[in-house]
Design a protein around this ligand. Structure first.
Ligand SMILES: [Zn+2]
Ligand SMILES: [Zn+2]
Length: 174
């Protein structure tokens, strides 16, 4: 959704209150495409403080399905967006992009709500996605989800450090 900011610039301290749906159905980044399973409308409060300086307040709740790093089962991850941005519309686009973050959510006098929210999700993307802290992951041999039970594979030699210790131990015995 693109919002025209020209109206709010009509006079100092003018306030615009808008509620708009988030258009994106998935979060697409270089890490992949993650489905958005639940989302609220975006509530915006835009204030023209003075001299083309505006404050954008945005609130939204978004739930994204991210696979567990170990077992790949989907993990519903909640993002609680509550941000305030000060933007100087007197700057030309290029200067403003340098001053803000890489996500360029304002072009000319238009606010791209999806881009604004996208940038916030990206900033808050979890370093780790785990279905539970003690997730056992999947077997490297047969691919079985080990949270659902053990498989018959011998996984004791998978760690090369352990294999090295075993070699030393065997040499010692000979
Ligand atoms: Zn897991
Ligand atoms: Zn296995």
């Amino acid at each position: 959704m693109l919002i025209k900011l020209t109206d709010v610039l009509a006079y100092d301290n003018k306030v615009m209150q808008i509620k708009t749906p988030l258009e994106m159905a998935s979060f697409d980044s270089k890490l992949g495409s993650f489905p958005i399973v639940n989302k609220s409308d975006v509530e915006l409060l835009i204030t023209h403080t003075s001299k083309k300086n505006i404050t954008i307040e945005a609130k939204a709740y978004i739930t994204i399905s991210i696979p567990c790093d170990r077992c790949l089962e989907p993990v519903e991850t909640k993002f609680d967006i509550d941000i305030t941005k000060d933007v100087d519309l007197a700057l030309i686009d290029e200067d403003r992009i340098n001053e803000l973050d890489e996500t360029n959510y304002i072009m000319g006098y238009e606010l791209d709500v999806d881009k604004l929210i996208y940038g916030e999700i990206l900033l808050n993307w979890p370093m780790k996605s785990l279905c539970s802290d003690d997730c056992k992951g999947i077997c490297n041999h047969c691919g079985k989800n080990l949270n659902q039970g053990e498989c018959d594979c011998d996984r004791t030699v998978l760690d090369p450090r352990m294999a090295a210790i075993r070699d030393i131990f065997n040499n010692f015995k000979q």
